[in-house]
Design a protein around this ligand. Sequence first.
Ligand SMILES: [Zn+2]
Length: 145
Amino acid sequence: MIICPECKKEQADTAQYCSNCGYMLSAKPHISAETKKKAYIGIVVSVVLIIVAISLVTTSEFSHYIENISYYADQYAETKSHSSGFLGSSYASLASRWKEMYNEAVTYVALHSVGAVILSIVGGVGLYKGLKKLKNDGGTSNGTH
Ligand SMILES: [Zn+2]
């Protein structure tokens, strides 16, 4: 039970207005348990998305590729420059191997980076919305328990 600050009559905890004098007991609209539950689920899902986003760009593969992209590119340029000279065909096949490595690294880094950015944005927005929903709940009791 809560006590109306205006007329001192007891009112139900869920009452938004005093049934006796009409005093507004809750400044903000009552947030249902269902809304609260959805907000919590949203927050949990958002946090998971953010964790997945972080894990996409913190794998050992990711850092390995990031460190080696320019090396692969250099090796490709180097071996390709020899592909017309002595042992040309060997250098050409080496060059195509370096090119493959380079493409693989670029694709991996690009996909994981884009995925991480998208998941971070979705997770961040979801987290913000979920927390906002719960924050709106703060004024419901109006400090009179
Ligand atoms: Zn009252």
